[in-house]
Design a binder for this molecule. Sequence first.
Ligand code: ADP
Ligand code: UDP
Length: 237
Amino acid sequence: MVEETKLLYEGKAKKVYETNDPNLLIIYFKDDATAFNGKKHEIIDEKGALNKAITTKVFQWLEECGIKTHFVEENSGREIVVKRLKMIPVEVVVRNIAAGSIAKRLGLKQGEKLPRPILEYYYKSDELDDPWINEDHITAFGWADEETLKKIREIAFKVNECLREKFDKAGIILVDFKLEFGFDNEGNLVLGDEFTPDGSRLWDKETGEVLDKDRFRRDLGDLIEGYEKILMKISRV
Ligand code: ADP
Ligand code: UDP
């Protein structure tokens, strides 16, 4: 059995533990909800449990689509067991529909369909508020090389195709989402971190209702109600 040994890292939404197996970590999903880089913060009961269940289902979908992820198995409570990765400090965002920062930056209407899926990169840095960067920044500063970037792009679009279809079957529109990648101990590029409504935008296909963390960011309604709806819908697919 995999057992926690030492807390390795505590972030805004998760805790990461080392285990008795040097190649495995345990991720614990916290109840903390943060927005605007931690400026807005609340503890929301059951959020961690819902995120754990949602991320587990989505990683299982990705496996069905033949995409390598760090997910190993569910653990008890709000925990999952994952492969330990050396993380690339870049957030990879894929967008299908304009919302959030792209709408503001490029003057697009919220909800406008993009001409094709668009990929963006942000440098993972709380101090700098995760600034927007391009591929040249990533290779120049050595966060990832050209070959890795090419693979990231391919995998990110493949994830998008896979999840767009799965969420569609569940009655949910996949607006945008954030991914993080890393290398396992054999040097393979692997999808890490999480897929939850904290890091994606998910809208009800029938009603257009926002089901994701924008409910918290923009005070659109009870967060848990949205996350529960997502879990209920995706569980059927
Ligand atoms: P943040 O640092 O954004 O507040 P979280 O609270 O989500 O993040 O903490 C999770 C941390 O664990 C992130 O820094 C993420 O990059 C890292 N991480 C996710 N998956 C793995 C993995 N498989 N191996 C090592 N680190 C990981
Ligand atoms: N995102 C994230 N972590 C971040 C920034 C963004 O998970 O630090 C996700 C966010 O939830 C959304 C997508 O990436 O699904 C695009 O976010 P956007 O750039 O629109 O930023 P926002 O306006 O939400 O801050």
